[in-house]
Design a protein around this ligand. Structure first.
Ligand code: HEM
Ligand SMILES: CC(C)=CCC/C(C)=C/CC/C(C)=C/COP(=O)(O)OP(=O)(O)O
Length: 347
């Protein structure tokens, strides 16, 4: 096993898990799905799954249900929603309006995350990164998880439709369907899943943008989609590299499982970083003027530069350390770029 693979496996922590003691018990569940003994993986065994006795009781907590929604991804989607709502409005948005928008978006996005975990509850047992999730670990049963995902999705969609009209609600439902019904089954079939996932991950910007005055036919809205699509390539290529062994062993088809040298992941990261700059610079010029677009262009390039640099380094040498730096830079670059584009619409 190469050093970087060992580091990746040793350092694997479930990114969407909520750490610490369980705060609040909300139901008692009897597990009927495969559970995992993570120690088996840590000790080198590939046989992750051990059937949890059917009559064993497991206690679900509020924390487990939060974890089911993929809270870190949802949080980042909410960051993009704040920015795109202000860009759609062309200025500040009333705090109450923003809170309703964030609640509706979080509910639909959380429902999508839960539905994805329901779909992948068995294969998630096969990866150390995902084996401790509530469903594979047997902390939440299938039926309550399904009801939770359903209610969250329906209530979130109704909230968006009632408060903001059809366009944001349709954007939410379309995103949900693309992510859950198209992307999720594609993950075990073709590496093109990343392209579909990138579109699904980008469409939520249209929820915020159309909720506050933007329309589906605006170039600005679609350039914001372009920003998110482009950003996800470096973001995910870093992850796909770090977990390539787990992905491969579990049966997922990713760029890095079919091309483990990292060459393809490298050029996809660079291409995504360059496309991100192109979309950002175009957005900087849309409101018109001369000096502000120039200033904003410099700001866009400066904001995106860390991820381009990390992509170039990762492309030159694909290893765990460079992949981790690339992932970290992606999580800083997106909010920084959105901040600059948002400030730009105020001038
Ligand atoms: C092709 C699309 C995407 C894929 C395949 C993807 C995949 C992943 C995976 C597997 C992780 C977990 C990494 C780990 O366990 O260490 C992760 C982390 C994360 N992703 Fe993505 N992602 C995508 C798009 C997005 C989008 C659209 C957002 C939000 C706008 C996002 C935000 C995040 C955040 C905030 C984290 C947490 C990083 C951490 O652990 O601190 N991702 N992503
Ligand atoms: C409004 C709305 C419906 C928003 C939903 C959009 C959404 C959840 C985008 C996530 C993007 C994405 C492809 C994440 C990776 O999932 P993964 O399944 O590859 O991650 P995993 O391997 O950790 O499960």
């Amino acid at each position: 096993m190469s050093t970087d693979v060992m580091i990746a496996d040793a350092a694997t922590v479930h990114s969407d898990s909520v750490d610490g003691p369980r705060a609040l018990e909300i139901s008692t569940a009897t597990s009927n799905i495969p559970a995992v003994n993570p120690a088996a993986k840590t000790s080198g065994s590939n046989a992750m799954s051990a059937e949890r006795p059917k009559n064993e009781t497991a206690t679900s907590t509020l924390r487990d249900y939060v974890e089911l929604t993929k809270p870190r991804i949802v949080t980042m989607i909410l960051v993009t929603t704040v920015a795109t709502a202000m860009i759609g409005a062309g200025g500040l948005v009333a705090i109450v309006t923003m809170l309703w928008l964030l609640l509706g978006t979080a509910m639909v996005a959380g429902s999508a995350g839960a539905a994805n975990q329901i779909w992948e509850r068995v294969i998630d047992c096969e990866m150390l990164r995902t084996a401790k999730r509530p469903l594979p670990a047997g902390r939440v049963r299938l039926l309550p998880a399904s009801m939770f995902a359903f209610l969250l999705g329906v209530c979130g969609t109704v909230l968006l439709a009632v408060q903001f009209g059809n366009a944001p609600a349709i954007a939410g439902v379309a995103t949900w369907m693309l992510y859950v019904l198209v992307y999720t089954p594609m993950k075990t079939r073709t590496a093109w899943n990343t392209t579909v996932g990138a579109i699904a991950g980008a469409l939520p910007v249209l929820i915020g943008y159309t909720a506050t005055g933007g329309t589906m036919s605006d170039a600005t809205g679609w350039l914001l989609v372009g920003v998110l699509v482009a950003w996800q390539y470096p973001h995910f290529m870093a992850i796909a590299w770090m977990y390539r062994r787990q992905y491969g062993e579990a049966g997922f088809v990713m760029t890095t499982t079919i091309e483990p040298t990292g060459r393809s992941a490298g050029w996809q990261s660079i291409s995504g970083s360059l496309a991100l700059i192109a979309c950002g610079v175009t957005l900087a010029w849309i409101p018109g003027g001369l000096w502000m677009p120039i200033v904003a262009t410099i700001g866009v390039i400066a904001a995106c530069f860390p991820m381009l640099k990390a992509s170039l380094r990762f492309s030159k040498q694909a290893d765990d350390q460079n992949a981790r730096k690339l992932l970290r830079s992606s999580l800083l670059v997106l909010p920084a770029l959105l901040l600059i584009i948002t400030i730009r619409v105020f001038w």
